[in-house]
Design a protein around this ligand. Sequence first.
Ligand code: F6R
Length: 612
Amino acid sequence: MCGIVGFAGTTEAAPILLDGLERLEYRGYDSAGVAVLSEERGLQMKKSKGRLKVLRELTDDGRSMTGHVGIGHTRWATHGEPNDVNSHPHLSQNGLVAVVHNGIIENYLEIKEYLIAKGICFRSETDTEVVAQLLEYYYSNSGDIMSAVYKMLDRIEGAYALGILCVDYPDRFIAARKDAPLLLGYGKDCSFIASDVTAILKHTREVSYMADGEVAVVSSAGIRVFDAMGREIEKERHTVDWDVSAAEKGGYAHFMYKEILEQPEAVRKTMHPRLKDGRVVLDDLKMTAEQIRGFRRLFIVACGSSYHVGVVGKYNLEHLLRVPVEVVLASEFRYADPLVDENCLVIVISQSGETLDSMMALRLAKKLGARVLSIVNVVGSSIARESDDVLYTWAGPEIAVATTKAYSTQMVLLNMLGLYMAELRGTVAPEDYAAVVGGLEALPAQMERVLENTGTIQYLASRYFNHNSVFFIGRNLDYALGLEGSLKLKEISYIHSEAYASGELKHGTISLIEPGTLVIALGTYTPLFDKAMSNVIEVKARGADIVALTTESRRADMEKTAGNVLTVPDAHRLLQPSLGIVPLQLFAYFVALQRGCDIDKPRNLAKSVTVE
Ligand code: F6R
Protein backbone atom coordinates (compact mmCIF):
# COMPACT_ATOMS: atom_id res chain seq x y z
CA MET A 1 0.00 0.00 0.00
CA CYS A 2 1.31 3.44 -0.86
CA GLY A 3 3.28 5.47 1.65
CA ILE A 4 4.30 9.12 1.51
CA VAL A 5 6.99 11.03 3.33
CA GLY A 6 8.11 14.60 2.75
CA PHE A 7 10.87 16.67 4.37
CA ALA A 8 11.92 20.32 4.36
CA GLY A 9 14.82 21.31 6.62
CA THR A 10 18.39 22.49 6.88
CA THR A 11 20.03 19.12 6.27
CA GLU A 12 20.14 16.78 3.30
CA ALA A 13 16.65 15.46 2.55
CA ALA A 14 17.33 12.20 0.68
CA PRO A 15 18.74 10.11 3.57
CA ILE A 16 15.84 11.19 5.80
CA LEU A 17 13.32 10.33 3.10
CA LEU A 18 14.83 6.89 2.56
CA ASP A 19 14.76 6.20 6.27
CA GLY A 20 11.12 7.34 6.47
CA LEU A 21 10.17 5.14 3.53
CA GLU A 22 11.77 2.17 5.25
CA ARG A 23 9.48 2.71 8.22
CA LEU A 24 6.51 2.58 5.85
CA GLU A 25 7.62 -0.69 4.32
CA TYR A 26 5.19 -2.71 6.46
CA ARG A 27 2.35 -1.25 4.39
CA GLY A 28 3.57 -3.27 1.44
CA TYR A 29 4.85 -1.81 -1.82
CA ASP A 30 6.21 -2.78 -5.18
CA SER A 31 8.31 0.25 -6.08
CA ALA A 32 9.69 3.39 -4.51
CA GLY A 33 11.06 6.77 -5.41
CA VAL A 34 12.36 10.07 -4.08
CA ALA A 35 12.73 13.57 -5.52
CA VAL A 36 14.72 16.40 -3.95
CA LEU A 37 15.14 20.02 -4.83
CA SER A 38 18.11 22.36 -4.51
CA GLU A 39 18.81 25.77 -5.94
CA GLU A 40 22.08 24.62 -7.52
CA ARG A 41 21.04 21.26 -8.96
CA GLY A 42 17.30 21.80 -9.41
CA LEU A 43 15.00 18.82 -9.26
CA GLN A 44 16.65 15.40 -8.96
CA MET A 45 14.61 12.24 -9.00
CA LYS A 46 15.31 8.52 -8.61
CA LYS A 47 12.77 5.77 -8.63
CA SER A 48 12.73 2.08 -9.19
CA LYS A 49 10.69 -1.04 -9.11
CA GLY A 50 11.38 -3.38 -6.22
CA ARG A 51 12.71 -3.01 -2.72
CA LEU A 52 14.04 0.15 -1.15
CA LYS A 53 17.46 -1.49 -1.18
CA VAL A 54 17.52 -0.84 -4.92
CA LEU A 55 16.76 2.82 -4.40
CA ARG A 56 19.45 3.04 -1.75
CA GLU A 57 21.96 1.59 -4.20
CA LEU A 58 20.84 3.92 -6.97
CA THR A 59 21.31 6.98 -4.77
CA ASP A 60 24.33 5.86 -2.76
CA ASP A 61 22.09 5.86 0.33
CA GLY A 62 20.78 9.24 -0.68
CA ARG A 63 24.23 10.85 -0.89
CA SER A 64 24.10 11.31 -4.65
CA MET A 65 21.17 13.69 -4.32
CA THR A 66 21.54 17.13 -2.81
CA GLY A 67 18.83 19.38 -1.50
CA HIS A 68 17.11 20.16 1.75
CA VAL A 69 13.59 19.66 0.46
CA GLY A 70 12.13 16.44 -0.92
CA ILE A 71 9.31 13.93 -1.21
CA GLY A 72 9.38 10.13 -1.21
CA HIS A 73 6.92 7.39 -1.98
CA THR A 74 6.39 3.65 -1.76
CA ARG A 75 3.89 2.47 -4.36
CA TRP A 76 1.36 -0.33 -4.47
CA ALA A 77 0.34 -0.52 -8.08
CA THR A 78 -3.29 0.28 -8.85
CA HIS A 79 -3.21 1.95 -12.27
CA GLY A 80 -0.45 0.47 -14.39
CA GLU A 81 1.92 -2.37 -13.59
CA PRO A 82 4.73 -2.01 -11.05
CA ASN A 83 7.70 -0.69 -13.02
CA ASP A 84 10.17 2.19 -12.92
CA VAL A 85 8.06 4.48 -15.09
CA ASN A 86 4.84 4.01 -13.13
CA SER A 87 6.63 4.56 -9.80
CA HIS A 88 6.24 7.87 -8.03
CA PRO A 89 7.25 10.72 -8.03
CA HIS A 90 5.71 11.70 -11.36
CA LEU A 91 7.17 14.56 -13.29
CA SER A 92 5.29 17.00 -15.49
CA GLN A 93 6.23 17.28 -19.16
CA ASN A 94 8.61 20.23 -18.74
CA GLY A 95 9.90 19.04 -15.38
CA LEU A 96 8.45 21.95 -13.42
CA VAL A 97 6.62 19.83 -10.86
CA ALA A 98 6.99 16.42 -9.26
CA VAL A 99 4.15 14.67 -7.44
CA VAL A 100 3.70 11.75 -5.05
CA HIS A 101 0.17 10.49 -4.46
CA ASN A 102 -1.80 8.03 -2.36
CA GLY A 103 -5.35 7.25 -3.42
CA ILE A 104 -7.08 7.11 -6.77
CA ILE A 105 -7.93 9.92 -9.18
CA GLU A 106 -11.24 8.68 -10.52
CA ASN A 107 -11.61 11.06 -13.47
CA TYR A 108 -8.00 10.72 -14.64
CA LEU A 109 -8.89 9.39 -18.09
CA GLU A 110 -11.04 12.37 -18.94
CA ILE A 111 -8.29 14.80 -17.75
CA LYS A 112 -5.66 12.84 -19.61
CA GLU A 113 -7.60 13.11 -22.86
CA TYR A 114 -8.08 16.83 -22.28
CA LEU A 115 -4.33 17.35 -21.76
CA ILE A 116 -3.32 15.11 -24.66
CA ALA A 117 -5.56 17.26 -26.87
CA LYS A 118 -3.50 20.24 -25.64
CA GLY A 119 -0.32 18.53 -26.85
CA ILE A 120 0.90 17.16 -23.52
CA CYS A 121 2.72 13.82 -23.65
CA PHE A 122 2.26 11.25 -20.90
CA ARG A 123 4.96 8.83 -19.86
CA SER A 124 3.18 6.49 -17.45
CA GLU A 125 -0.08 4.55 -17.20
CA THR A 126 -0.88 6.01 -13.79
CA ASP A 127 -3.74 8.16 -12.62
CA THR A 128 -1.21 10.23 -10.64
CA GLU A 129 0.60 11.61 -13.67
CA VAL A 130 -2.46 13.69 -14.55
CA VAL A 131 -1.97 15.59 -11.28
CA ALA A 132 1.56 16.60 -12.27
CA GLN A 133 0.64 17.41 -15.86
CA LEU A 134 -2.53 19.33 -15.01
CA LEU A 135 -0.72 21.31 -12.34
CA GLU A 136 2.10 22.31 -14.70
CA TYR A 137 -0.46 23.23 -17.36
CA TYR A 138 -2.31 25.57 -14.97
CA TYR A 139 0.94 26.90 -13.48
CA SER A 140 2.39 27.69 -16.90
CA ASN A 141 -0.75 29.65 -17.71
CA SER A 142 -1.01 31.60 -14.45
CA GLY A 143 2.53 31.72 -13.01
CA ASP A 144 0.97 31.38 -9.55
CA ILE A 145 1.64 27.99 -7.99
CA MET A 146 -0.97 28.20 -5.22
CA SER A 147 -3.82 29.19 -7.51
CA ALA A 148 -2.68 26.45 -9.91
CA VAL A 149 -2.79 23.91 -7.07
CA TYR A 150 -6.31 24.94 -6.07
CA LYS A 151 -7.46 24.87 -9.69
CA MET A 152 -5.98 21.40 -10.13
CA LEU A 153 -7.64 20.16 -6.90
CA ASP A 154 -10.96 21.52 -8.11
CA ARG A 155 -10.66 19.55 -11.31
CA ILE A 156 -9.62 16.17 -9.94
CA GLU A 157 -12.09 13.72 -8.37
CA GLY A 158 -11.33 10.85 -6.07
CA ALA A 159 -9.12 10.29 -3.06
CA TYR A 160 -5.69 11.76 -2.58
CA ALA A 161 -2.85 12.57 -0.26
CA LEU A 162 -0.40 14.59 -2.32
CA GLY A 163 3.16 15.84 -1.95
CA ILE A 164 4.21 18.36 -4.62
CA LEU A 165 7.59 19.88 -5.49
CA CYS A 166 7.91 22.86 -7.84
CA VAL A 167 11.35 23.79 -9.24
CA ASP A 168 10.66 27.47 -8.80
CA TYR A 169 10.29 27.04 -5.02
CA PRO A 170 13.37 25.11 -3.86
CA ASP A 171 12.77 25.93 -0.17
CA ARG A 172 9.35 24.28 0.21
CA PHE A 173 6.85 21.69 -0.94
CA ILE A 174 3.06 21.57 -1.00
CA ALA A 175 0.75 18.94 0.47
CA ALA A 176 -2.97 18.35 -0.02
CA ARG A 177 -5.44 15.77 1.19
CA LYS A 178 -8.88 14.35 0.56
CA ASP A 179 -10.05 10.95 1.84
CA ALA A 180 -6.54 9.57 2.31
CA PRO A 181 -4.48 9.97 5.48
CA LEU A 182 -1.75 12.61 5.66
CA LEU A 183 -0.18 14.20 8.70
CA LEU A 184 2.14 17.12 9.26
CA GLY A 185 5.18 16.83 11.53
CA TYR A 186 6.88 19.73 13.32
CA GLY A 187 10.60 19.22 13.97
CA LYS A 188 13.44 21.51 15.03
CA ASP A 189 14.36 23.53 11.94
CA CYS A 190 12.50 21.00 9.83
CA SER A 191 9.00 19.97 8.85
CA PHE A 192 7.48 16.77 7.54
CA ILE A 193 4.50 15.15 5.93
CA ALA A 194 3.79 11.45 6.19
CA SER A 195 1.01 9.02 5.52
CA ASP A 196 1.58 7.58 8.95
CA VAL A 197 3.48 8.70 11.97
CA THR A 198 5.92 5.80 12.08
CA ALA A 199 7.76 7.40 9.16
CA ILE A 200 8.76 10.48 11.15
CA LEU A 201 8.65 9.40 14.79
CA LYS A 202 12.43 9.36 14.93
CA HIS A 203 12.45 13.11 14.29
CA THR A 204 9.34 14.46 15.96
CA ARG A 205 6.31 13.55 18.05
CA GLU A 206 4.48 16.78 17.37
CA VAL A 207 1.96 16.36 14.60
CA SER A 208 -1.26 17.71 13.07
CA TYR A 209 -3.68 15.66 11.04
CA MET A 210 -4.67 17.23 7.74
CA ALA A 211 -8.39 17.40 7.04
CA ASP A 212 -10.12 16.96 3.70
CA GLY A 213 -9.68 19.94 1.41
CA GLU A 214 -6.69 21.39 3.27
CA VAL A 215 -3.49 22.46 1.55
CA ALA A 216 -0.17 22.89 3.38
CA VAL A 217 2.98 24.73 2.41
CA VAL A 218 5.88 23.00 4.14
CA SER A 219 9.32 24.55 4.65
CA SER A 220 12.14 24.44 7.19
CA ALA A 221 10.70 27.61 8.73
CA GLY A 222 7.40 25.89 9.48
CA ILE A 223 4.12 24.77 7.97
CA ARG A 224 1.32 27.02 6.78
CA VAL A 225 -2.07 25.39 6.30
CA PHE A 226 -4.95 26.67 4.20
CA ASP A 227 -8.53 25.49 3.96
CA ALA A 228 -10.36 24.58 0.77
CA MET A 229 -11.15 28.26 0.18
CA GLY A 230 -7.49 29.25 0.49
CA ARG A 231 -7.86 30.88 3.93
CA GLU A 232 -4.95 30.32 6.30
CA ILE A 233 -5.91 28.26 9.35
CA GLU A 234 -4.32 27.22 12.65
CA LYS A 235 -3.95 23.48 13.10
CA GLU A 236 -4.26 21.79 16.44
CA ARG A 237 -1.05 19.99 17.37
CA HIS A 238 -0.94 16.60 19.04
CA THR A 239 1.92 14.89 20.81
CA VAL A 240 2.29 11.26 19.87
CA ASP A 241 3.13 9.32 23.02
CA TRP A 242 4.38 6.24 21.22
CA ASP A 243 8.02 5.53 21.65
CA VAL A 244 9.98 4.40 18.66
CA SER A 245 10.47 0.88 19.96
CA ALA A 246 6.71 0.36 20.56
CA ALA A 247 5.99 1.56 17.06
CA GLU A 248 8.49 -0.89 15.70
CA LYS A 249 7.51 -3.77 17.94
CA GLY A 250 8.27 -7.05 16.25
CA GLY A 251 8.88 -5.11 13.08
CA TYR A 252 5.12 -4.70 12.58
CA ALA A 253 3.14 -1.51 12.77
CA HIS A 254 0.04 -3.18 14.11
CA PHE A 255 -0.58 -6.06 16.43
CA MET A 256 -3.48 -7.08 14.24
CA TYR A 257 -1.23 -7.68 11.26
CA LYS A 258 1.29 -9.52 13.40
CA GLU A 259 -1.49 -11.67 14.83
CA ILE A 260 -2.91 -12.46 11.40
CA LEU A 261 0.52 -13.72 10.43
CA GLU A 262 0.79 -15.75 13.63
CA GLN A 263 -2.29 -17.81 12.81
CA PRO A 264 -0.63 -20.85 11.25
CA GLU A 265 1.57 -21.24 14.32
CA ALA A 266 -1.31 -20.62 16.74
CA VAL A 267 -3.43 -23.23 14.97
CA ARG A 268 -0.51 -25.67 15.01
CA LYS A 269 -0.01 -25.18 18.75
CA THR A 270 -3.72 -25.59 19.47
CA MET A 271 -4.04 -28.69 17.34
CA HIS A 272 -0.86 -30.69 17.65
CA PRO A 273 -0.97 -31.86 21.27
CA ARG A 274 -4.51 -33.08 20.55
CA LEU A 275 -3.82 -34.99 17.33
CA LYS A 276 -2.18 -38.36 17.89
CA ASP A 277 -1.76 -41.03 15.24
CA GLY A 278 -4.63 -39.76 13.17
CA ARG A 279 -6.99 -39.43 16.18
CA VAL A 280 -8.34 -36.45 18.06
CA VAL A 281 -7.38 -36.90 21.71
CA LEU A 282 -8.94 -34.47 24.17
CA ASP A 283 -7.20 -35.46 27.39
CA ASP A 284 -8.18 -32.14 28.87
CA LEU A 285 -11.88 -33.13 28.99
CA LYS A 286 -13.38 -34.53 32.19
CA MET A 287 -16.62 -35.44 30.42
CA THR A 288 -17.09 -39.19 30.15
CA ALA A 289 -17.90 -41.07 26.95
CA GLU A 290 -21.22 -41.94 28.48
CA GLN A 291 -22.05 -38.30 29.10
CA ILE A 292 -21.03 -37.43 25.55
CA ARG A 293 -23.33 -40.10 24.16
CA GLY A 294 -26.19 -38.86 26.31
CA PHE A 295 -26.57 -35.25 25.10
CA ARG A 296 -29.80 -34.67 23.19
CA ARG A 297 -29.14 -31.08 22.25
CA LEU A 298 -26.17 -28.76 22.07
CA PHE A 299 -26.04 -25.01 22.51
CA ILE A 300 -23.18 -22.78 21.49
CA VAL A 301 -23.25 -19.46 23.29
CA ALA A 302 -20.89 -16.54 22.68
CA CYS A 303 -20.53 -12.91 21.57
CA GLY A 304 -19.11 -11.22 18.48
CA SER A 305 -16.48 -13.17 16.59
CA SER A 306 -16.68 -16.02 19.06
CA TYR A 307 -20.36 -16.27 18.16
CA HIS A 308 -19.37 -16.44 14.49
CA VAL A 309 -17.20 -19.43 15.30
CA GLY A 310 -20.35 -20.87 16.83
CA VAL A 311 -22.25 -20.37 13.56
CA VAL A 312 -19.60 -22.47 11.78
CA GLY A 313 -19.94 -24.94 14.65
CA LYS A 314 -23.69 -25.26 14.19
CA TYR A 315 -23.28 -26.43 10.60
CA ASN A 316 -20.36 -28.74 11.32
CA LEU A 317 -21.47 -30.23 14.61
CA GLU A 318 -24.96 -30.95 13.32
CA HIS A 319 -23.36 -32.64 10.32
CA LEU A 320 -20.96 -34.69 12.40
CA LEU A 321 -23.16 -35.47 15.40
CA ARG A 322 -26.65 -35.56 13.90
CA VAL A 323 -28.01 -33.78 16.96
CA PRO A 324 -29.68 -30.34 17.06
CA VAL A 325 -27.21 -27.56 17.72
CA GLU A 326 -28.44 -24.07 18.55
CA VAL A 327 -26.10 -21.14 18.35
CA VAL A 328 -27.26 -18.22 20.45
CA LEU A 329 -25.81 -14.81 21.22
CA ALA A 330 -24.96 -14.80 24.91
CA SER A 331 -26.78 -11.51 25.43
CA GLU A 332 -29.96 -13.09 24.00
CA PHE A 333 -29.55 -16.49 25.63
CA ARG A 334 -29.50 -15.09 29.12
CA TYR A 335 -32.90 -13.39 28.76
CA ALA A 336 -34.61 -15.85 26.40
CA ASP A 337 -35.86 -18.44 28.86
CA PRO A 338 -33.87 -21.06 26.90
CA LEU A 339 -34.98 -24.68 26.68
CA VAL A 340 -31.92 -26.00 28.44
CA ASP A 341 -31.81 -28.95 30.81
CA GLU A 342 -29.51 -31.71 32.04
CA ASN A 343 -29.60 -33.40 28.63
CA CYS A 344 -27.87 -30.44 27.06
CA LEU A 345 -24.27 -29.53 26.54
CA VAL A 346 -23.71 -25.78 26.46
CA ILE A 347 -20.48 -24.75 24.76
CA VAL A 348 -19.33 -21.24 25.69
CA ILE A 349 -16.70 -19.70 23.43
CA SER A 350 -14.64 -16.75 24.63
CA GLN A 351 -11.14 -15.51 23.87
CA SER A 352 -10.83 -13.42 27.00
CA GLY A 353 -12.86 -15.69 29.24
CA GLU A 354 -14.21 -12.55 30.86
CA THR A 355 -17.07 -11.42 28.60
CA LEU A 356 -19.90 -10.63 30.95
CA ASP A 357 -22.81 -11.82 28.81
CA SER A 358 -21.05 -15.11 28.10
CA MET A 359 -20.30 -15.50 31.78
CA MET A 360 -23.93 -14.89 32.72
CA ALA A 361 -25.14 -17.30 30.05
CA LEU A 362 -22.79 -19.91 31.47
CA ARG A 363 -24.21 -19.45 34.95
CA LEU A 364 -27.77 -19.69 33.67
CA ALA A 365 -26.98 -22.88 31.73
CA LYS A 366 -25.50 -24.45 34.84
CA LYS A 367 -28.44 -23.39 36.91
CA LEU A 368 -30.74 -25.07 34.40
CA GLY A 369 -28.78 -28.29 34.84
CA ALA A 370 -26.71 -28.35 31.63
CA ARG A 371 -23.08 -29.31 31.47
CA VAL A 372 -20.91 -26.40 30.36
CA LEU A 373 -17.79 -26.77 28.27
CA SER A 374 -15.86 -23.63 27.41
CA ILE A 375 -13.36 -22.88 24.69
CA VAL A 376 -11.17 -20.12 26.11
CA ASN A 377 -7.82 -18.52 25.35
CA VAL A 378 -6.91 -16.98 28.70
CA VAL A 379 -5.88 -19.55 31.25
CA GLY A 380 -7.52 -19.08 34.61
CA SER A 381 -10.11 -16.59 33.37
CA SER A 382 -13.56 -16.46 34.97
CA ILE A 383 -15.32 -18.48 32.27
CA ALA A 384 -12.61 -21.11 32.33
CA ARG A 385 -12.83 -21.34 36.10
CA GLU A 386 -16.61 -21.73 36.23
CA SER A 387 -16.98 -24.26 33.41
CA ASP A 388 -17.29 -28.00 33.93
CA ASP A 389 -14.78 -28.57 31.14
CA VAL A 390 -12.30 -26.24 29.44
CA LEU A 391 -10.51 -26.57 26.15
CA TYR A 392 -7.84 -23.93 25.86
CA THR A 393 -6.89 -22.39 22.57
CA TRP A 394 -3.15 -21.88 22.47
CA ALA A 395 -3.25 -18.67 20.47
CA GLY A 396 -0.99 -16.74 22.86
CA PRO A 397 -1.81 -13.20 23.95
CA GLU A 398 -4.03 -11.38 21.51
CA ILE A 399 -3.46 -7.64 21.76
CA ALA A 400 -5.36 -6.15 18.80
CA VAL A 401 -8.97 -5.48 19.70
CA ALA A 402 -10.19 -7.18 16.54
CA THR A 403 -9.67 -10.88 17.03
CA THR A 404 -7.91 -12.94 14.40
CA LYS A 405 -5.77 -15.73 15.76
CA ALA A 406 -8.15 -16.44 18.65
CA TYR A 407 -11.02 -16.81 16.14
CA SER A 408 -8.98 -19.25 14.05
CA THR A 409 -7.89 -21.37 16.98
CA GLN A 410 -11.43 -21.45 18.42
CA MET A 411 -12.75 -22.73 15.11
CA VAL A 412 -10.17 -25.47 14.81
CA LEU A 413 -10.80 -26.58 18.37
CA LEU A 414 -14.59 -26.62 17.95
CA ASN A 415 -14.21 -28.80 14.86
CA MET A 416 -11.92 -31.12 16.79
CA LEU A 417 -14.47 -31.34 19.57
CA GLY A 418 -17.15 -32.21 17.02
CA LEU A 419 -14.99 -34.95 15.57
CA TYR A 420 -14.12 -36.33 18.98
CA MET A 421 -17.75 -36.46 20.08
CA ALA A 422 -18.89 -37.87 16.74
CA GLU A 423 -16.48 -40.78 17.03
CA LEU A 424 -17.74 -41.59 20.51
CA ARG A 425 -21.35 -41.30 19.40
CA GLY A 426 -20.69 -43.40 16.31
CA THR A 427 -22.08 -40.78 13.92
CA VAL A 428 -19.08 -40.41 11.64
CA ALA A 429 -17.80 -43.00 9.15
CA PRO A 430 -14.11 -43.91 9.64
CA GLU A 431 -13.16 -42.62 6.19
CA ASP A 432 -14.92 -39.29 6.83
CA TYR A 433 -13.21 -39.03 10.21
CA ALA A 434 -9.83 -39.66 8.60
CA ALA A 435 -10.55 -37.10 5.89
CA VAL A 436 -11.31 -34.36 8.42
CA VAL A 437 -8.22 -35.20 10.48
CA GLY A 438 -6.13 -35.07 7.31
CA GLY A 439 -7.71 -31.71 6.51
CA LEU A 440 -6.88 -30.39 9.97
CA GLU A 441 -3.27 -31.48 9.68
CA ALA A 442 -2.94 -29.69 6.36
CA LEU A 443 -4.40 -26.40 7.60
CA PRO A 444 -1.36 -24.55 9.04
CA ALA A 445 0.70 -24.98 5.86
CA GLN A 446 -2.29 -23.97 3.74
CA MET A 447 -2.77 -20.84 5.86
CA GLU A 448 0.89 -20.03 5.32
CA ARG A 449 0.32 -20.23 1.58
CA VAL A 450 -2.54 -17.77 1.81
CA LEU A 451 -0.34 -15.40 3.82
CA GLU A 452 2.45 -15.58 1.27
CA ASN A 453 0.28 -14.08 -1.46
CA THR A 454 -1.23 -10.87 -0.19
CA GLY A 455 -0.57 -8.72 -3.26
CA THR A 456 -4.00 -9.03 -4.85
CA ILE A 457 -5.72 -8.44 -1.52
CA GLN A 458 -3.72 -5.24 -1.01
CA TYR A 459 -4.53 -4.15 -4.52
CA LEU A 460 -8.26 -4.73 -4.03
CA ALA A 461 -8.18 -2.92 -0.69
CA SER A 462 -6.56 0.10 -2.31
CA ARG A 463 -9.16 -0.01 -5.05
CA TYR A 464 -12.23 -0.25 -2.80
CA PHE A 465 -11.21 1.42 0.45
CA ASN A 466 -13.44 4.40 -0.29
CA HIS A 467 -16.70 2.46 -0.57
CA ASN A 468 -19.32 3.34 2.03
CA SER A 469 -21.27 0.15 2.04
CA VAL A 470 -20.25 -3.47 1.54
CA PHE A 471 -22.24 -6.70 1.43
CA PHE A 472 -20.85 -10.14 2.14
CA ILE A 473 -22.98 -12.91 0.66
CA GLY A 474 -22.66 -16.66 0.95
CA ARG A 475 -24.47 -19.87 1.76
CA ASN A 476 -23.97 -22.36 4.57
CA LEU A 477 -20.36 -22.13 5.84
CA ASP A 478 -19.78 -19.20 3.49
CA TYR A 479 -22.60 -17.36 5.24
CA ALA A 480 -20.89 -18.02 8.59
CA LEU A 481 -17.61 -16.84 7.06
CA GLY A 482 -19.29 -13.71 5.72
CA LEU A 483 -20.51 -12.79 9.19
CA GLU A 484 -16.95 -12.67 10.46
CA GLY A 485 -15.49 -11.07 7.32
CA SER A 486 -18.10 -8.34 7.56
CA LEU A 487 -17.48 -7.74 11.26
CA LYS A 488 -13.73 -7.49 10.71
CA LEU A 489 -14.22 -4.91 7.99
CA LYS A 490 -16.74 -2.75 9.80
CA GLU A 491 -15.10 -2.75 13.20
CA ILE A 492 -11.69 -1.57 12.07
CA SER A 493 -12.46 0.44 8.93
CA TYR A 494 -15.83 1.93 10.01
CA ILE A 495 -17.34 1.04 6.64
CA HIS A 496 -20.96 -0.03 6.85
CA SER A 497 -20.96 -3.70 6.04
CA GLU A 498 -23.54 -6.48 6.25
CA ALA A 499 -23.44 -10.23 5.77
CA TYR A 500 -26.41 -12.01 4.21
CA ALA A 501 -27.27 -15.57 3.44
CA SER A 502 -27.30 -15.39 -0.36
CA GLY A 503 -30.67 -17.11 -0.57
CA GLU A 504 -32.16 -14.16 1.31
CA LEU A 505 -31.08 -11.62 -1.30
CA LYS A 506 -34.34 -11.81 -3.20
CA HIS A 507 -36.31 -11.37 0.01
CA GLY A 508 -35.23 -7.82 0.50
CA THR A 509 -31.53 -7.07 0.36
CA ILE A 510 -31.19 -7.03 -3.39
CA SER A 511 -33.00 -3.70 -3.44
CA LEU A 512 -29.86 -2.21 -1.87
CA ILE A 513 -27.63 -3.35 -4.72
CA GLU A 514 -27.00 -0.55 -7.19
CA PRO A 515 -24.24 0.25 -9.66
CA GLY A 516 -20.96 0.41 -7.79
CA THR A 517 -22.11 -1.35 -4.59
CA LEU A 518 -19.30 -3.57 -3.40
CA VAL A 519 -20.32 -7.19 -2.90
CA ILE A 520 -17.90 -9.72 -1.46
CA ALA A 521 -19.23 -12.97 -2.87
CA LEU A 522 -18.12 -16.05 -1.00
CA GLY A 523 -17.97 -19.27 -2.96
CA THR A 524 -15.61 -21.45 -0.95
CA TYR A 525 -18.27 -23.93 0.18
CA THR A 526 -17.99 -26.06 -2.92
CA PRO A 527 -21.17 -28.19 -2.51
CA LEU A 528 -23.13 -24.99 -3.15
CA PHE A 529 -20.71 -23.37 -5.60
CA ASP A 530 -23.21 -23.27 -8.46
CA LYS A 531 -25.74 -21.50 -6.29
CA ALA A 532 -23.06 -19.02 -5.22
CA MET A 533 -22.40 -18.34 -8.90
CA SER A 534 -26.09 -17.68 -9.55
CA ASN A 535 -26.09 -15.06 -6.81
CA VAL A 536 -22.97 -13.45 -8.26
CA ILE A 537 -24.76 -13.20 -11.61
CA GLU A 538 -27.80 -11.64 -9.91
CA VAL A 539 -25.87 -8.89 -8.15
CA LYS A 540 -23.66 -8.29 -11.16
CA ALA A 541 -26.74 -7.74 -13.29
CA ARG A 542 -27.64 -4.93 -10.88
CA GLY A 543 -24.28 -3.26 -11.38
CA ALA A 544 -22.45 -4.42 -8.22
CA ASP A 545 -18.66 -4.41 -8.08
CA ILE A 546 -17.72 -7.93 -7.10
CA VAL A 547 -14.81 -9.33 -5.18
CA ALA A 548 -15.23 -13.08 -5.14
CA LEU A 549 -13.52 -15.56 -2.88
CA THR A 550 -13.38 -19.19 -3.88
CA THR A 551 -11.07 -22.19 -3.83
CA GLU A 552 -8.18 -22.68 -6.22
CA SER A 553 -10.03 -25.46 -8.03
CA ARG A 554 -12.99 -23.14 -8.74
CA ARG A 555 -11.04 -20.07 -9.80
CA ALA A 556 -11.61 -20.55 -13.52
CA ASP A 557 -15.37 -20.99 -13.06
CA MET A 558 -15.64 -17.96 -10.83
CA GLU A 559 -13.60 -15.84 -13.23
CA LYS A 560 -16.24 -16.35 -15.89
CA THR A 561 -18.48 -14.00 -13.94
CA ALA A 562 -16.59 -12.10 -11.28
CA GLY A 563 -13.86 -9.66 -12.25
CA ASN A 564 -11.84 -9.82 -9.04
CA VAL A 565 -11.26 -13.32 -7.76
CA LEU A 566 -9.34 -14.26 -4.63
CA THR A 567 -8.62 -17.89 -3.91
CA VAL A 568 -7.59 -20.08 -1.03
CA PRO A 569 -6.33 -23.66 -1.25
CA ASP A 570 -8.94 -26.42 -1.37
CA ALA A 571 -9.44 -27.87 2.11
CA HIS A 572 -11.84 -30.38 3.61
CA ARG A 573 -15.19 -28.66 3.09
CA LEU A 574 -15.93 -28.48 6.83
CA LEU A 575 -12.64 -26.68 7.37
CA GLN A 576 -12.75 -24.29 4.44
CA PRO A 577 -13.69 -21.24 6.60
CA SER A 578 -10.34 -21.58 8.43
CA LEU A 579 -8.67 -20.60 5.16
CA GLY A 580 -11.38 -18.29 3.83
CA ILE A 581 -11.15 -16.01 6.83
CA VAL A 582 -7.50 -15.13 6.24
CA PRO A 583 -7.96 -13.05 3.05
CA LEU A 584 -11.01 -11.40 4.61
CA GLN A 585 -9.00 -10.39 7.69
CA LEU A 586 -6.27 -9.05 5.42
CA PHE A 587 -8.77 -7.19 3.26
CA ALA A 588 -10.25 -5.52 6.36
CA TYR A 589 -6.75 -4.69 7.62
CA PHE A 590 -5.52 -3.15 4.37
CA VAL A 591 -8.75 -1.19 3.87
CA ALA A 592 -8.47 0.23 7.40
CA LEU A 593 -4.81 1.00 6.81
CA GLN A 594 -5.63 2.87 3.65
CA ARG A 595 -8.33 4.82 5.48
CA GLY A 596 -5.91 5.79 8.23
CA CYS A 597 -7.92 4.09 11.00
CA ASP A 598 -6.66 3.22 14.46
CA ILE A 599 -6.47 -0.47 13.60
CA ASP A 600 -5.44 -2.00 16.90
CA LYS A 601 -7.81 0.15 18.90
CA PRO A 602 -10.95 0.86 16.91
CA ARG A 603 -13.14 3.58 18.31
CA ASN A 604 -15.58 2.66 21.06
CA LEU A 605 -14.34 -0.93 21.29
CA ALA A 606 -12.55 -2.79 24.04
CA LYS A 607 -10.72 -6.06 23.95
CA SER A 608 -12.60 -7.57 26.84
CA VAL A 609 -16.25 -6.61 27.37
CA THR A 610 -16.88 -6.96 31.05
CA VAL A 611 -20.07 -4.91 31.19
CA GLU A 612 -23.47 -5.72 29.78
C1 F6R B 1 -14.32 -8.80 17.19
C2 F6R B 1 -14.09 -9.22 18.56
C3 F6R B 1 -15.27 -9.31 19.44
C4 F6R B 1 -15.13 -10.48 20.41
C5 F6R B 1 -16.29 -10.44 21.43
C6 F6R B 1 -16.22 -11.61 22.36
O1 F6R B 1 -13.12 -8.75 16.47
O2 F6R B 1 -12.98 -9.45 18.96
O3 F6R B 1 -16.47 -9.40 18.72
O4 F6R B 1 -15.14 -11.67 19.69
O5 F6R B 1 -16.23 -9.24 22.16
O6 F6R B 1 -15.06 -11.58 23.11
P1 F6R B 1 -14.54 -12.87 23.82
O7 F6R B 1 -14.21 -13.88 22.78
O8 F6R B 1 -13.35 -12.44 24.62
O9 F6R B 1 -15.65 -13.35 24.70
